[in-house]
Design a protein around this ligand. Structure first.
Ligand code: SAH
Length: 274
């Protein structure tokens, strides 16, 4: 039985500087790295030590990947499975963890910056806004992977909260149809971010439910894109905005007393709320 641990590390959305400090430290001491070739920027490999065995998983089956990881864990202390964004989102994490569990190989997961967060950052959008929406849904439209009961995009869009839609750039017609069927206006804003955070390669396409498919087609964007549909989009330019209660002078929370009436400061027993 091996003494090595397999670390599932979120590499972040593309910019090599968006890996966590912990993820980078693991790469720096890795004896073997299996990376997700199609999406993880090879630049993330720049911290691998000399002699580290590095393989691209893009042509491997899940069985081949788990077999590779088990073999490497038998010969080195630190094995890294480097995945795009966060490993817990559309990353086949559990399919790979189960065979390692069965083989008695210890595993651990290091989170990463998801492309949903990187896309919002690139576009300078907030996924939540007071009195607009306080909810974010991470989803996709149905492709080869069927959607579970109750999770059609139309059903989720009926909440009129923020939708971060993964894996769907080639299905924009379906996205627009689902939003329309759920009652979103043809003028409702939609933003598509292509290669969010990739130095020199990111593109932001701003449109509406009615126009976004054509705009993406014209821009020839067919992969590596996040679709964000949200009533918060464009808020940077709004004239009126409900302010977050967190920074309201009359609002008391865990770290600060309201400025009216109370002068003593204690953080105990105050609600942790915003
Ligand atoms: N675990 C990843 C998602 C993997 S699924 C994460 O947390 O981001 C792959 C999908 O993620 C792509 O189809 C695309 O929708 C999105 N994606 C990945 N990298 C991206 C990037 N740099 N910019 C925009 N979307 C990206």
């Amino acid at each position: 039985m091996s003494g090595g641990t397999v670390w599932f590390v979120g590499a972040g959305p593309g910019d090599p500087e968006l890996i966590t400090v912990k993820g980078r430290a693991l790469i720096e001491r890795a004896g073997a790295i299996l990376f997700a070739g199609s999406l993880v920027s090879e630049a993330a490999m720049r911290w691998a030590p000399a002699g580290c065995v590095i393989a691209d998983s893009k042509d491997m089956t899940l069985e081949q990947m788990s077999a590779w990881l088990i073999i490497q864990a038998g010969r080195c202390q630190t094995v890294v499975r480097l995945q795009t964004g966060d490993p817990g989102l559309y990353g086949a994490l559990i399919e790979l963890v189960q065979p390692l569990d069965a083989a008695g190989v210890p595993i651990a997961v290091v989170p990463g910056v998801s492309s949903a967060m990187a896309s919002a950052a690139t576009a300078v959008e907030s996924l939540t806004l007071p009195e607009v929406t306080q909810t974010v849904i991470f989803t996709r439209v149905e492709g080869r992977t069927p959607m579970p009961e109750g999770e059609s995009l139309e059903a989720l869009a009926a909440h009129h909260s923020t939708l971060c839609i993964f894996l769907s750039i080639t299905l924009m017609g379906r996205v627009a149809a689902a939003l329309t069927a759920a009652g979103w206006s043809p003028d409702a804003p939609v933003v598509v971010v292509h290669k969010a955070s990739w130095p020199g390669e990111e593109k932001i396409i701003r449109g509406t439910v009615a126009t976004i498919q054509g705009l993406c087609r014209d821009a020839k964007i067919v992969s590596q894109s996040m679709v964000i549909a949200s009533p918060t989009l464009g808020a940077r330019h709004w004239q009126t905005l409900a302010k977050s209660k967190l920074y309201d002078a009359s609002f008391t929370h865990k770290f600060r007393r309201a400025s009216t009436g109370l002068t003593t400061s204690t953080s105990q027993n105050l609600p942790e709320t915003t």
